[in-house]
Ligand binder design. Sequence first.
Ligand code: ZN
Length: 127
Amino acid sequence: MSHHLTAGQRAMLENTLRLRLQDLLRQRDLHQEGRSRVDHARQVLTQDDDDAPARASDREVDQALTDLEQIELREVTHALERVGDDDYGLCEDCSATIPFDRLRLNPAARRCVSCQGAREGSGPPAR
Ligand SMILES: [Zn+2]
Protein backbone atom coordinates (compact mmCIF):
# COMPACT_ATOMS: atom_id res chain seq x y z
CA MET A 1 0.00 0.00 0.00
CA SER A 2 1.49 3.31 -0.95
CA HIS A 3 0.76 6.74 0.36
CA HIS A 4 -1.58 8.70 -1.80
CA LEU A 5 -0.73 11.89 0.05
CA THR A 6 2.55 13.69 -0.31
CA ALA A 7 4.60 14.35 2.81
CA GLY A 8 3.74 18.01 2.47
CA GLN A 9 0.01 17.34 2.27
CA ARG A 10 0.21 15.06 5.25
CA ALA A 11 2.13 17.63 7.27
CA MET A 12 -0.42 20.26 6.40
CA LEU A 13 -3.31 18.05 7.48
CA GLU A 14 -1.53 17.14 10.68
CA ASN A 15 -1.00 20.80 11.42
CA THR A 16 -4.68 21.54 10.80
CA LEU A 17 -5.62 18.71 13.14
CA ARG A 18 -3.32 19.97 15.88
CA LEU A 19 -4.74 23.47 15.68
CA ARG A 20 -8.26 22.08 15.82
CA LEU A 21 -7.38 19.93 18.81
CA GLN A 22 -5.92 22.91 20.66
CA ASP A 23 -9.06 24.82 19.88
CA LEU A 24 -11.32 22.13 21.25
CA LEU A 25 -9.25 21.64 24.36
CA ARG A 26 -9.16 25.36 25.02
CA GLN A 27 -12.89 25.51 24.58
CA ARG A 28 -13.30 22.73 27.05
CA ASP A 29 -11.13 24.56 29.55
CA LEU A 30 -13.32 27.61 29.15
CA HIS A 31 -16.43 25.58 29.76
CA GLN A 32 -14.96 24.17 32.87
CA GLU A 33 -14.09 27.59 34.19
CA GLY A 34 -10.90 26.83 35.97
CA ARG A 35 -11.51 23.25 36.96
CA SER A 36 -8.28 21.51 36.19
CA ARG A 37 -8.82 18.79 33.67
CA VAL A 38 -5.39 18.74 32.13
CA ASP A 39 -5.07 15.10 33.08
CA HIS A 40 -8.22 14.25 31.25
CA ALA A 41 -7.03 16.06 28.16
CA ARG A 42 -3.88 14.01 28.36
CA GLN A 43 -5.89 10.82 28.56
CA VAL A 44 -7.87 11.79 25.54
CA LEU A 45 -4.67 12.52 23.67
CA THR A 46 -3.03 9.23 24.54
CA GLN A 47 -5.88 6.81 24.27
CA ASP A 48 -5.70 4.55 21.27
CA ASP A 49 -9.07 2.88 21.26
CA ASP A 50 -11.23 2.53 18.22
CA ASP A 51 -14.13 0.87 19.82
CA ALA A 52 -17.37 1.69 21.51
CA PRO A 53 -16.59 0.50 25.06
CA ALA A 54 -14.47 3.56 25.75
CA ARG A 55 -17.25 5.92 24.83
CA ALA A 56 -19.06 5.79 28.12
CA SER A 57 -16.02 7.05 29.98
CA ASP A 58 -15.31 9.63 27.31
CA ARG A 59 -18.75 10.95 27.89
CA GLU A 60 -18.00 11.51 31.56
CA VAL A 61 -14.62 13.02 30.89
CA ASP A 62 -15.85 15.37 28.22
CA GLN A 63 -19.17 16.38 29.63
CA ALA A 64 -18.05 20.00 29.58
CA LEU A 65 -18.27 19.93 25.81
CA THR A 66 -21.38 19.73 23.71
CA ASP A 67 -22.10 16.43 22.00
CA LEU A 68 -20.85 17.76 18.70
CA GLU A 69 -17.64 19.00 20.25
CA GLN A 70 -17.12 15.69 22.00
CA ILE A 71 -17.52 13.86 18.73
CA GLU A 72 -15.17 16.20 16.98
CA LEU A 73 -12.59 15.90 19.75
CA ARG A 74 -12.68 12.13 19.38
CA GLU A 75 -12.45 12.33 15.62
CA VAL A 76 -9.59 14.80 15.65
CA THR A 77 -7.67 12.82 18.24
CA HIS A 78 -8.21 9.65 16.28
CA ALA A 79 -7.08 11.29 13.05
CA LEU A 80 -3.94 12.66 14.70
CA GLU A 81 -3.02 9.16 15.78
CA ARG A 82 -3.47 7.89 12.26
CA VAL A 83 -2.20 10.75 10.17
CA GLY A 84 1.17 9.05 9.71
CA ASP A 85 -0.32 5.65 8.90
CA ASP A 86 -0.67 4.12 5.47
CA ASP A 87 -4.40 3.90 5.79
CA TYR A 88 -4.92 7.49 6.83
CA GLY A 89 -6.98 9.17 4.15
CA LEU A 90 -8.54 5.91 3.04
CA CYS A 91 -12.24 5.33 3.47
CA GLU A 92 -12.87 3.03 6.42
CA ASP A 93 -15.80 1.45 4.68
CA CYS A 94 -14.73 0.94 1.08
CA SER A 95 -10.96 1.72 1.23
CA ALA A 96 -11.25 4.31 -1.53
CA THR A 97 -8.80 7.17 -1.25
CA ILE A 98 -10.40 10.26 0.22
CA PRO A 99 -9.52 13.23 -2.00
CA PHE A 100 -7.07 15.72 -0.53
CA ASP A 101 -9.60 18.49 -1.04
CA ARG A 102 -12.01 16.69 1.24
CA LEU A 103 -9.32 16.03 3.83
CA ARG A 104 -8.26 19.64 3.72
CA LEU A 105 -11.79 20.68 4.68
CA ASN A 106 -12.11 17.91 7.22
CA PRO A 107 -8.80 16.21 8.05
CA ALA A 108 -10.64 13.93 10.45
CA ALA A 109 -12.80 12.49 7.67
CA ARG A 110 -12.80 8.72 7.89
CA ARG A 111 -14.95 7.96 4.91
CA CYS A 112 -15.34 8.95 1.32
CA VAL A 113 -18.23 11.22 0.45
CA SER A 114 -20.55 8.47 -0.69
CA CYS A 115 -19.98 6.20 2.32
CA GLN A 116 -20.38 9.13 4.68
CA GLY A 117 -23.58 10.10 2.94
CA ALA A 118 -24.86 6.55 3.18
CA ARG A 119 -24.15 6.47 6.90
CA GLU A 120 -25.80 9.74 7.62
CA GLY A 121 -28.85 8.72 5.64
CA SER A 122 -31.73 11.02 6.39
CA GLY A 123 -30.13 12.45 9.52
CA PRO A 124 -29.06 16.05 9.97
CA PRO A 125 -26.67 17.41 7.33
CA ALA A 126 -22.94 16.97 7.88
CA ARG A 127 -20.99 19.86 9.26
ZN1 ZN B 1 -16.14 4.79 0.94
